[in-house]
Unconditional design. Sequence first.
Length: 200
Amino acid sequence: MTIENWALPIFKKAGFTPKKIYPIARSAVECACCEICFYNFGLQPETNVPPFNVMYICKVCNRTYHWVCLKNTGCYTERQRKEVDKNDNWACPGCAHLSDEQAQKRYSQSINTELIHVTWKPTWEPEELKDTLPSLLECIQDFETRVDEPDLFLLTADQTVDNLERQGFDMFTRPTPGFKNLTLTYGTKSPLMSSPQIHK
């Protein structure tokens, strides 16, 4: 798991024990979240496949920003976008005012100290917890019985079949629409076509 360095004490307080910790550069994080809206994909449907051309990475702090988010905060206007696109050393609003020395320091922090990758030791639920959830087994069994249930909202295989076909009539071999020419799938003769019987 990759987290901000400042978040590590919070995880420890919650009961997680780190097994291995090492620093990781922000630039090494694939599909990093926008620093303003915290969404890690493009905001337009056509840009939801990497690389996201609507996301800009600061060359100083390596943080990522949506262009829409930068506009909405008033940092840029649409007229400035072409200029930003041409700038290979674009700096975010938080880094643009820094001196060369300050920018180098922030860049170093983004590479070495701000983010860490943590591997956690496994955690186990206390055994006595099962006594506080008497209905847990029932919930598991109920879930398992529902996994293979058919979805009644899905279309069935005979949705496109004619009503007569559902009753056994072969609609594809009928030469004319006349009643006498209907072919039955089951049986060779329709009971409706049989000769009448006269009772004396």
